[in-house]
Design a protein around this ligand. Structure first.
Ligand code: PHE
Length: 361
């Protein structure tokens, strides 16, 4: 029988000099494969005496282990070498200018798209558009909305406070909702009011359905005869039109806001079980709006006679509505700034004037 020491030297040297993965695989088949040299030697053991069988058998087993270890070590080395070669060859030069086409075709972010869609629907219902600042005083964000300092609702809002106060020594906050625009408008203009107010809002909160910056559209209607029935009709009409589904399932829940009485919250039926969010199916409800009849204290704070005027207000969660309408499961991806995400979920630029693209050309 062949000397295992000589055989070991011979095979190891072949393994050592192998310089690609095909050669090493060939060695493996020739030595360890079913018809390989070591396997055949193993078979020959059956002709030997029990003592010889034991001795040679253990030597052959040893040899088999050594060869098999050395083959897998060499394989790993070769995989690394080839990977490094590829990495060098396929290296991306980040300093190269981007392709011309990518620089000119932008996409409309789903939030801008949905802001436009909502504005157009309310525009067709006769609403005007008013805007307010992102940095607010405590007066507009809280006090004038019937949320005094001691009010527990202040904690609910997870407010971002600015380090400096304004000239009247009032604390400044990043507005936690678009409702301050109600007050700003009521202080400036005489009723009746019928407007929406789109914008950014901020709360110290982050998970799959909350981001520290998000978008709302406030709505306010105040006159001498508007009642809760009008609010219900408005919400239902809006959601049908927005989702373009006549049978859309929404749920109005009794709720509490210090600036409305009674207050309610609006949920839309959806399915959140898969990777794509589906509206109008499943058994999950996603809260998309707060609403209610304007509280008499809010009217009084703006010097409006609550015995003469009444009305409703609502605050729509724009990002959530975009998620629902366009099936985008994770809210946080909206603000990661990933161009691939925007290419996928964004909208093509149509050369027509709209709110976010400019009304006048
Ligand atoms: N401002 C409320 C919020 O952000 C929503 C709301 C607006 C509720 C108008 C009632 C009326 O939670």
């Amino acid at each position: 029988m062949i000397d295992t020491v000589i055989l070991e030297k011979e095979i190891l040297s072949a393994i050592n000099s192998a310089n690609d993965q095909d050669i090493i695989e060939k060695i493996r088949v020739e030595e360890l494969g079913k018809k390989g040299r070591i396997s055949l030697l193993m078979k020959e053991l059956s002709h030997l005496s029990p003592e010889d069988k034991k001795e040679k058998g253990s030597k052959l087993n040893n040899l088999k282990n050594i060869i098999s270890d050395s083959i897998s070590k060499k394989k790993n080395e070769l995989v690394d070498v080839e990977l490094n070669k590829r990495l060098l060859k396929e290296r991306v030069d980040v300093s190269l200018p981007v392709q011309a086409q990518q620089t000119i075709t932008g996409k409309i972010h789903p939030v801008s798209q949905v802001m436009d869609e909502i504005s157009e629907i309310f525009g067709s219902l006769g609403y005007q558009i008013n805007e307010g600042p992102d940095i607010e005083t405590e007066h507009y964000n809280f006090n004038a909305l019937n949320i005094p300092e001691s009010h527990p609702a202040r904690q609910m809002h997870d407010t971002f406070y600015l380090p400096n106060k304004n000239i009247n020594d009032e604390s400044l906050v990043l507005r936690t909702h678009t409702s301050p625009v109600q007050v700003r408008t009521m202080e400036k203009e005489e009723p009746p009011y019928k407007f929406i107010s789109p914008g950014r809002t901020y709360r110290c909160d982050s998970d799959q359905t909350h981001t520290p910056m998000f978008h709302q559209i406030e709505g306010l209607v105040v006159d001498e005869k508007t009642h809760l029935g009008h609010l219900k009709w408005t919400l239902e009409t809006f959601f049908k039109s927005f989702f373009e589904i006549d049978t859309i399932k929404i749920q109005l829940r009794p709720s509490y806001f210090p600036f409305t009485e009674p207050s309610l919250e609006v949920d839309v039926l959806c399915d959140r079980s898969g990777s794509v969010l589906k509206v109008g199916e499943g058994s999950d409800w996603l809260e998309v709006a707060g609403a209610g009849m304007v509280h008499s204290e809010v009217l009084k704070a703006a010097n409006i006679d609550p015995n003469k005027y009444q009305g409703f207000a609502f605050g729509l969660g724009v990002d959530r509505l975009a998620q629902l309408k366009y099936g985008i499961p994770d809210l946080r991806t909206f603000f990661n700034g990933d161009v691939r995400w925007l290419n996928h979920y964004g909208f093509s630029f149509l050369d027509i004037p709209t709110l976010s693209r400019g009304l006048k050309k």
